[in-house]
Design a protein around this ligand. Structure first.
Ligand SMILES: [Zn+2]
Length: 332
């Protein structure tokens, strides 16, 4: 085999994302069971949710191509703190690293071609309740894998700004409310003191605002390793939609760049009806530059922000109802 590891990753990424590959998708995750006994126990459960390959989709590579996935499997990393805890969360992958070198993890449930991505903690420890919510959502789907439609892959990125999380909690990976201390405002930024939700390529400015406070949007769009990792992940996965949890403006804000992006509005309204949050076509409290959801609209990827009601609660029932509607909407 003369292809480089990167080329294999791209090839496998294409197989996973670009095709509706029943057999390959079912088979590819299996080597990850070598990572730990707990993952080995988990994967058959997840695999059971994958529908048999329709006869019309047999043209994709068969099991003979499976050795090519080995490089991807090697990317699966355990969190340093607890391999056992990590393994219980599903098929996990490190999608990048923060400015200070902390892993950004993605947890995947299901192996369908329609990808739904839920992102917590882009504002780090300042909005730590969004990270707790994302981990709670991971627990829910670990316990209820049958809720994932066979044609859906649900990705949960619980902590998109692990530097900011660490600033407030002193913890990498999962934490509890009891770990939160100090001035949580300091946990909004990454290790370069950049507001990551001012660093995306829609109406980007080197300085943005957060209320009346001037914040850094980075030296260029995607100058930060966290946002660059998210961009790479989104453009590779081409998800059906992406949700970002923030707190605490209490509402749903539609991702649009310049003009209203109707697909974002449509899926936001679905989530709004199920959850009870009010849907707003734009955030009007102050002018937001370089927003992640807005940039996704430029890539024709529907996206919206859910602002929780408080800085400490998770609005669990509301958000579970919303996520289940997303699964229903994109499932078949
Ligand atoms: Zn926020």
């Amino acid at each position: 085999m003369s292809l480089t590891r990167k080329a294999w990753q791209l090839l496998v990424g294409f197989l996973l994302v670009g095709c509706t590959i029943g057999q390959a998708a079912v088979s590819i995750p299996q080597p990850t069971v070598t990572n730990s006994p707990m993952e080995a126990a988990l994967l058959p459960t997840l695999g059971a949710t994958v529908a048999p390959l329709p006869a019309t989709q047999t043209a994709v590579p068969t099991a003979t191509a499976l050795p090519t996935i080995t490089p991807v499997v090697s990317n699966v990393q355990a969190t340093p703190s607890s391999t056992a805890t990590f393994a219980a969360y599903g098929v996990a992958q490190t999608i990048g690293y923060s400015a200070n070198g902390r892993a950004i993890e993605s947890y995947r449930f299901g192996f369908g071609s329609q990808s739904i991505v839920l992102v917590g903690g882009i504002h780090g420890g300042y909005e730590w309740n969004t990270i707790v919510l994302a981990y709670d959502m991971i627990d829910y789907f670990l316990a209820n894998p049958d809720e994932i439609p066979s044609n859906v892959s649900l990705y949960i990125i619980p902590s998109a700004n692990p530097d900011g999380q660490f600033t407030v909690t002193g913890v990498d990976g999962r934490f509890t409310a009891g770990d939160v201390s100090g001035d949580i405002r300091l946990g909004r930024f990454n290790g370069n003191e950049v507001d990551l939700n001012r660093n995306f390529a829609c109406d980007w400015q080197p300085e943005g605002v957060w209320g009346e406070t001037v914040v850094s949007g980075g030296v260029a769009p995607f100058s930060e390793p966290e946002t660059a990792a998210l961009r790479t992940f989104f453009l590779r996965e081409r998800p059906a939609m992406v949700l970002f949890w923030h707190s605490k403006a209490d509402g749903i804000y539609v991702g649009s760049c310049e003009n209203l992006f109707q697909p974002s509005l449509e899926i936001a309204e679905q989530y709004g009806r199920a959850s009870g949050y009010t849907v707003y076509e734009e955030f009007s409290a102050y002018h937001v530059t370089g927003d992640a959801s807005d940039w996704l609209a430029t890539q024709n990827i529907p996206s919206f922000t859910v602002e929780l009601k408080t800085r400490s609660g998770t609005d669990w029932e509301m958000n579970l109802a919303g996520v289940l509607v997303l699964l229903d909407f994109y499932g078949r």
